[in-house]
Design a protein around this ligand. Structure first.
Ligand code: C2E
Ligand code: SIN
Ligand code: SIN
Ligand code: FE
Ligand code: FE
Length: 375
């Protein structure tokens, strides 16, 4: 027998999607060394934002942490309208473009591009880009193979996104079934997603977060309190201060949340879903304090995963500025002052600083999701 090696075996592993993309890129390069970059942008239908998500280039990434409205990218819209891939023999036909993403691609010296629209069950979810530093490289002969690899990448990424969405929908359903009246407002859930992304974006230089990480954090942030499903309404919705016993009970929402996530991952056979550690960590550790006085484990400092430290700051800020059954809403100034006070005690200093440096963005997010204002 000859020693056979499956060229694509890495795709079976529980590694970040970005590593899988890089791996496929390396395999592709053995056949077609003119492929210098693969990248994926995903589309959010509710906001029409196209967000950079994965890329296989080295340190020269031209488009990290970038988003644009699809409606403002006419050449990509055209691809969607046609419903088929686009070959650009030389990107310099876009020389006069004023669009940031086009200028950055040009500035990086890319010449030819091949762009495939990506679909899950015939619903559009993003674009896959092949870029080359050489012009005129894409032709019928190599596109035959590149298309196959493109569809393989789409299936890997599409499967991951579908699994993630199903998991989130299941958690939402579980919550709705247990509590007749929802204990969390849509505003709080949206705030958690957006504040967390804001903090992560400010810390990108220090922690080298990838777009994939930031997107998963954005998706999972609203789920940090799912363990509250296991807390009876008479405690959860109590209009006044909790007794010591009730608070001890309340604290178990972190452990319950982690257990529920494990059960769901088991039931759906999703133990190997990429980046699922982020969800586990934010459910279990979002009430740990950097000074070690938090719960459930009394972890301290860097021993608390960074995603949990980010969520903690977003959560406390939103709890303070929201009306709860047990408290009135504070104004932003009071909440910022409290974050400063809690910095280095309960909350991570970097994450607090990121939040304090984001005043205008926070106000914008608050206005966008404010339930008392319409339009
Ligand atoms: P939550 O309402 O989402 O609050 C999340 C976290 O925000 C709290 O975690 C706490 O760290 C911070 N926070 C909220 N309000 C204040 C405040 O007035 N001052 C300060 N310094 N921090 C505040 P914590 O304390 O571990 O509580 C976890 C959850 O337990 C809360 O989630 C809430 O659901 C419940 N809870 C806490 N205290 C009470 C209470 O007195 N009455 C009721 N009914 N529930 C409470
Ligand atoms: C564009 O969509 O404006 C062209 C640049 C690109 O291929 O990303
Ligand atoms: C984000 O992109 O989520 C932060 C900024 C915003 O939502 O306005
Ligand atoms: Fe909590
Ligand atoms: Fe919360």
């Amino acid at each position: 027998m000859f020693d056979y090696h499956d060229t694509l075996e890495e795709l079976n592993k529980n590694i970040p999607l970005n590593n899988k993309l890089r791996y496929v890129h390396n395999v592709l390069k053995q056949h077609y060394d003119f492929i210098d970059r693969l990248s994926i942008a995903i589309h959010d239908p509710t906001t029409d934002k196209l967000k950079t998500f994965l890329h296989s280039s080295g340190r020269d990434e031209p488009l990290n942490h970038y988003q644009v409205k699809l409606a403002e990218a006419p050449s990509l819209l055209e691809i969607l309208k046609q419903g088929k891939p686009r070959i650009v023999a030389n990107v310099n036909i876009f020389q006069d473009s004023k669009r940031t993403h086009t200028k950055k691609i040009l500035a990086q010296g890319y010449a030819a591009s091949y762009t495939m629209p990506m679909y899950i069950d015939s619903i559009f979810f993003g674009f896959l880009f092949f870029n080359s530093y050489q012009p005129d490289v894409f032709n019928a002969e190599n596109l035959h193979y590149l298309d196959l690899m493109g569809h393989l990448i789409m299936m890997v990424v599409g499967h991951d996104l579908t699994s993630t969405r199903n998991l989130i929908a299941t958690i939402k359903t579980a919550k709705e079934m247990v509590h007749r009246r929802d204990f969390e407002t849509g505003t709080h859930l949206n705030h958690m997603a957006h504040y967390s992304r804001l903090i992560a974006l400010k810390l990108v230089d220090k922690y080298h977060f990838t777009d994939e990480y930031i997107e998963k954090l954005f998706l999972f942030a609203p789920l940090h309190d799912i363990g509250k499903i296991g807390i009876p309404d008479k405690v959860l919705l109590k209009p006044g201060k909790l007794t010591d016993d009730e608070f001890e009970h309340m604290k178990t929402h972190t452990i319950i949340g982690r257990e529920m996530i494990e059960k769901m991952l088991d039931n759906f056979e999703l133990q190997n879903l990429t980046s699922i550690e982020i969800l586990r960590n934010i459910a279990e550790y979002h009430h740990e304090s950097v000074n070690g006085k938090g719960y459930p484990h009394g972890l301290s400092g860097q021993n608390i995963p960074i995603e949990s430290r980010i969520i903690a700051v977003a959560d406390v800020f939103d709890a303070l500025t929201s009306k709860r059954p047990y408290k009135m809403a504070w104004d932003n100034n009071e909440a910022f002052a409290m974050l400063e006070k809690l910095s280095n005690q309960q909350l991570d200093n970097d994450c607090v600083k990121a939040m304090l440096d984001s005043r205008s963005e926070i106000e914008e997010i608050q206005q966008r999701f404010d339930e008392t204002h319409f339009g």
